[in-house]
Design a protein around this ligand. Structure first.
Ligand SMILES: NC(=O)c1ccc[n+]([C@@H]2O[C@H](COP(=O)([O-])OP(=O)(O)OC[C@H]3O[C@@H](n4cnc5c(N)ncnc54)[C@H](O)[C@@H]3O)[C@@H](O)[C@H]2O)c1
Length: 461
């Protein structure tokens, strides 16, 4: 289909740019999504400029270093910087002006109401509009940030048109292209996505974006802009639902003396259910799932629809860290004055991102119960110290466990699996609540400790 369209006059515009060797791509927002997208396009031979308002981030990217922990992406960023395929700048307007395509990848965090904060999107759109106004060529503008349906139409498009004096679909192309990457495997997910969703309200815009993605092997889903925005929310709400379903089943199993792990594994063998995201844990966190569920709930309420499932998801997720505390209390009693080790502060193992980490409500509840908390995370400690400076931090997982009356594993870091007799026997009372079911129960028990896996009923009897 793409090659057919390449015969049209419109197609030729972008083809002629591509045959010149490379496309010039500007990424606005050098975060997880922006850098993964930028490095992917650089690896595919394009010239990429990442624009960010944060000067220290720009300095870091310019020297081939990531401002967050994502080793595979960092390796490829360093290569791309060395080969000259990626640059970084604080001058967004100039970078966008000199590019054929501009991807808006800025953050869209939750406001206290649950609504997303679109101020970064508006600021970025204004800068892109100034770039369109100041250049003669036909640019492709792509919204990649997650925004609730109608935002691109109601906010981004009018800003771009009003401030540039040009029309979307005529003078520049406009697409919505949601991102589905997971932190920890950001580059791989960008290079090998399960699907590429291209939302466009006119043929040329969609065609140009499909052309840009031509070297990425993945099914392309073509929709209008609003549906593309909605697909991202439909996907994340389903993932949040699956996690919450697993947790609810696990909580019931724990009370009935059943181990939830084989139960969920067998349920997941049904292809209608699927086995991924069915592990019991302390709830979903991170920069996307909680904020996206809240944003869709807020959007639905504004339209006069009561989204009961979304409300239940958030409430169930909020109380999930208490499951670990309940298990610990059942085993060691009142937590007042007890030394509790918390292993893992990131929202999941392998990353240093603490946005919406379950470690925050977990540690807050432990402190409210009078526990003395010592925490450790291989990468996320500096970020967590900023939001919770008053607890004690350990230098290693072993140091964290030493002299404690109990431990809760909050994030599934692979190194926690290596903990054994030496570390667990240094606990004053060796009780381990595995909040992510990531340890080997036999190894923990062999070291003389009590193992309590979340959603593990046998331990309760
Ligand atoms: N992190 C993920 O796993 C993930 C996955 C899929 C989708 N998303 C979505 O992608 C979007 C970006 O998420 P992220 O995690 O990459 O965000 P991030 O916070 O890691 O990065 C955003 C970057 O944008 C920069 N920025 C803000 N305003 C700017 C402006 N006006 N001009 C230039 N730069 C600006 C910030 O300084 C920051 O470096 C969000 O909407 C998010 O929901 C994130």
């Amino acid at each position: 289909m793409v090659s057919g369209m390449a015969q049209t006059a419109r197609g030729r515009v972008i083809d002629s740019l591509a045959v010149q060797g490379t496309m010039k791509i500007c990424i606005v927002g050098a975060g997880y999504v922006g850098l993964a997208t930028g490095v992917m396009f650089a690896k595919l031979g394009n010239e990429v400029t990442c624009a960010d308002i944060d000067e220290s981030r720009v300095r870091s990217v310019s020297s081939g270093m990531l401002p967050f922990h994502e080793p595979a992406l960092e390796k490829e960023l360093a290569k791309a910087v060395k080969s000259g395929n990626i640059k970084a700048t604080v001058k967004t307007v100039d970078a966008a002006k000199g590019s054929h395509a501009v991807f808006i990848c800025v953050q869209t965090p939750s406001l206290p109401s649950g609504k997303i904060d679109i101020r970064p999107v508006k600021t970025a759109s204004r800068a892109v509009a100034r770039a369109i106004r100041g250049s003669d060529d036909h640019k492709l503008i792509v919204m990649k940030s997650t925004v609730v349906p109608t935002t691109t139409d109601a906010v981004v498009r009018p800003l771009l048109e009003r401030l540039s004096g040009k029309l979307a679909g005529r003078d520049f192309s406009l697409c919505m292209n949601p991102e589905f990457l997971q932190e920890g495997s950001a580059l791989n997910d960008s290079m090998k996505p399960s699907r590429i969703v291209i939302g466009a309200d006119d043929k040329r815009s969609g065609y140009e974006l499909a052309r840009l993605y031509r070297q990425v092997k993945a099914p392309i889903v073509r929709t209008d802009i609003r549906s593309a925005e909605m697909i991202k929310y439909a996907s994340n709400v389903f993932l949040a639902t699956k996690i919450t379903y697993a947790n609810e089943i696990a909580n019931i199993c724990a009370r009935l003396g059943i181990d939830s792990e084989p139960v969920l594994a067998a349920a997941g063998m049904d292809p209608r259910i699927g086995s991924l995201f069915l592990k019991p844990g302390l709830g979903f966190g991170g920069s996307c799932l909680p904020k996206d569920v809240k944003a869709l709930r807020d959007g639905a309420l504004r339209e006069g629809y009561k989204p009961r499932l979304l409300t239940a998801l958030l409430a169930t997720n909020d109380s999930q860290p208490n499951e670990a505390i309940r298990m610990l209390e059942k085993s060691i009693g009142d937590l007042r004055g007890k030394k509790i080790a918390v292993l893992g502060l990131a929202f999941k193992g392998g990353v240093d991102d603490i946005r919406e980490t379950r470690a925050l409500p977990l540690v807050t509840s432990l402190l409210a119960k009078g526990a003395l908390v010592t925490a450790f995370d291989p990468m996320a400690m500096p970020n967590f110290i900023r939001i919770m400076p008053t607890i004690r931090y350990a230098e290693s997982a072993g140091d964290c466990l030493k002299g404690s009356d109990g431990c809760i594993v909050q994030a599934d870091w692979p190194e926690f699996k290596r903990l054994g007799k030496k570390e667990f026997s240094s606990m004053r009372r060796p009780v381990v609540v595995d909040g992510r079911r990531c340890l080997d129960p036999r190894k923990v028990r062999a070291s003389g400790a009590t193992y309590l896996g979340i959603g593990y009923g046998l331990a309760e009897r």
